[in-house]
Write a protein that binds this ligand. Structure first.
Ligand SMILES: CC(C)(COP(=O)(O)OP(=O)(O)OC[C@H]1O[C@@H](n2cnc3c(N)ncnc32)[C@H](O)[C@@H]1OP(=O)(O)O)[C@@H](O)C(=O)NCCC(=O)NCCS
Length: 166
């Protein structure tokens, strides 16, 4: 393990240090459903991949998706739009982290954007043997980060209450 990775794991980390500010995806006709709007499963996959980057940056470990919730599709995206994805870590516990993702669709010609979907992902960091392992704390810096940090605890309690035993 390098000195950088060790320091990163020992200390708490700000959401900004692992955030994905903008992941872009240009929509083409093969991304559409029968309604000719973007297939929701494609957007969910893009959200999962973007959130994974945040979880691995924050933890310094390989991570897996444990849960995805609160998907609310607010507006459709269409062919020619560009999807703009943002993701950051809200809170971490022992081995798990909540990552929030927001997707907007941009009409590239007018630069107008619409909020398409937001969601929360729970990722679990794994050690070299594939077992859940400790992750750094989240140290919120801004008011918005503090609010997300507080709200994440309530959401975790809801999720764990619904958890299906293995
Ligand atoms: C997620 C997984 C690693 C949890 O492993 P486990 O042996 O049940 O371990 P634990 O019970 O110790 O849970 C580990 C952490 O995950 C959290 N967790 C597990 N299931 C969860 C759920 N449904 N929602 C929220 N958190 C969950 C636990 O709260 C715990 O968090 P903490 O350490 O921060 O307190 C395991 O269930 C798994 O491998 N699932 C499949 C993951 C996968 O393949 N994802 C891709 C799907 S294609």
């Amino acid at each position: 393990m390098t000195g950088y990775v060790r320091r990163m794991r020992d200390q708490g980390r700000s959401p900004a240090s692992s955030a994905v500010e903008q992941n872009v995806y240009k929509v083409f006709p093969n991304d559409l459903n029968a309604e000719r709007t973007v297939f929701g499963g494609l957007v969910m996959g893009l959200c999962d991949r973007t959130a994974l980057i945040v979880a691995e940056r924050h933890s310094g470990h390989v991570c897996v998706t444990a849960a995805a919730d609160s998907f609310q599709f607010l507006a459709p995206a269409r062919t020619g739009d560009t999807l703009l994805l943002k993701a950051s870590v809200n809170r971490s516990w022992r081995s798990s982290m909540e990552i929030g993702v927001r997707v907007a669709a941009e009409d590239t010609r007018t630069r107008e954007t619409r909020h398409v979907v937001s969601a929360y992902f729970t990722f679990v960091a794994l050690d070299d043997d594939g077992r859940p392992t400790d992750v750094p704390s989240v140290l919120p810096d801004t008011e918005a980060e503090e609010r997300r940090f507080r709200d994440a605890q309530r959401r975790r309690e809801g999720r764990l209450a619904m958890r299906t035993p293995r």
